[in-house]
Design a protein around this ligand. Structure first.
Ligand SMILES: CC(C)(COP(=O)(O)OP(=O)(O)OC[C@H]1O[C@@H](n2cnc3c(N)ncnc32)[C@H](O)[C@@H]1OP(=O)(O)O)[C@@H](O)C(=O)NCCC(=O)NCCS
Length: 323
């Protein structure tokens, strides 16, 4: 995580590289992303590609910046003999009065890999962000993808954290659970402190986690009534001490969300009991997704029936040490 002096090489945009044009490129980008990510695509990834195709079908009617479209709108593409063979999406995120950029969908057609195309696309994206005012620039890369990890590290991105995406189905409702009750108002102070430790501010902008919607009392209640997502919460305690709070949050994607508030170093996490209690109120056919710091609570999560979908390294470009 240490910051070392970094410099962006003097930049001249290669002739094959041009900005992404949503009306012209979206279908070709959907095809390329599907081809390049085929081995790791999950149901959410497939849904994302489907959304890109649906948006592309709107064809020439698509405005240059369609509102509310869940598809990339900015980025760089690489063209060889008139065919789009490389892509990088630059996704702006506005939260808490701050603009951040996420680099995503970096993909180069297998026939053209190893020629420096991804490197050029990434340098062009950084140049673009630099011109816009050096906003925080992030990307997420599968920890086993050593080619991509090396590519980004050599350019100067530094690892900030590793997160594992866990998946589970609610267990049979008959599964035994002990020491689990409804979440109470008195739990909130500790719950917030744990949530802050497990889902720190540095990453919350990328998650559909809005702390205020989990708050007990009127404020959170109003947000839950008028917000789009439903939530349920359970607390585990032992000998009168709070051990963890589990939140379920509905989602329009393939899996509903779980947020786990607990001491991240607690090896005795009562996850199986929490999940068993939750399953009495959850749809047994809906998948559950939990994002958690990699390497933490692994045994407790596996014992509760969770499987490890992937571990992502979150990397950030250190604009602050750019020479
Ligand atoms: C990762 C990917 C985008 C790299 O694209 P690319 O155009 O081949 O990458 P580049 O040619 O710019 O090479 C980047 C670096 O990787 C190295 N590299 C590229 N292909 C390699 C290979 N097959 N084996 C070993 N190293 C390789 C290059 O030597 C270069 O190293 P350097 O930074 O030290 O110069 C491409 O392999 C791909 O589309 N993979 C599938 C999708 C994916 O994983 N995307 C990344 C998501 S975060």
């Amino acid at each position: 995580m240490s910051a070392h002096a970094v410099h962006l090489p003097a930049y001249t945009r290669p002739a094959n590289l041009r900005p992404f044009d949503v009306r012209r490129d979206l279908l070709a980008v959907a095809d390329l992303v599907e081809l390049c990510f085929a081995p790791t695509l999950d149901s959410d990834g497939r849904q994302y590609i489907l959304q890109m195709r649906q948006a592309a079908r709107a064809g020439r009617w698509l405005p240059a910046q369609p509102a509310g479209l869940d598809a990339p709108l900015m980025g760089m593409v690489w063209i060889e003999d008139g065919v789009l063979v490389g892509n990088l999406s630059l996704i702006p995120q506005y939260r808490g009065g701050k603009t951040r950029y996420l680099i995503a969908n970096v993909a180069v057609h297998p026939k053209y890999q190893g020629r420096g195309i991804a490197r050029q696309l990434t340098l062009a994206a950084l140049q673009d962000v630099r011109n816009r005012g050096r906003h925080e620039t992030w990307l997420q890369v599968e920890h086993k993808n050593s080619i991509a990890v090396n590519l980004y590290s050599h350019i100067g991105f530094t690892e900030q954290m590793r997160r594992t995406s866990w998946r589970a189905r609610p267990p049979e409702a008959a599964t035994r659970h002990v020491g689990v009750r409804q979440r109470h108002k008195v739990d909130w102070e500790q719950q917030v402190a744990w949530l802050d430790a497990i889902y720190p501010e540095a990453m919350r902008w990328q998650l559909p986690l809005h702390m205020s919607t989990l708050e007990p009392g009127l404020k959170g209640g109003l947000q839950r009534i008028f917000g789009q997502q439903r939530t349920l919460q359970w607390a585990a305690e032992q000998g009168g001490d709070l051990q963890a709070v589990l939140t379920w949050q509905s989602s329009s994607l393939g899996a509903d969300r779980l947020w786990l508030a607990a001491d991240p170093n607690d090896a005795q996490l009562p996850m199986a009991s929490l999940l068993a209690a939750a399953s009495r109120e959850l749809d047994p056919d809906r998948m559950l997704a939990l994002n958690y710091p990699a390497g933490h609570a692994t045994e407790a999560l596996q014992a509760a029936g969770f499987t490890d979908l992937r571990t992502l390294i979150w990397m950030r470009f250190p604009w602050e040490v750019l020479s």
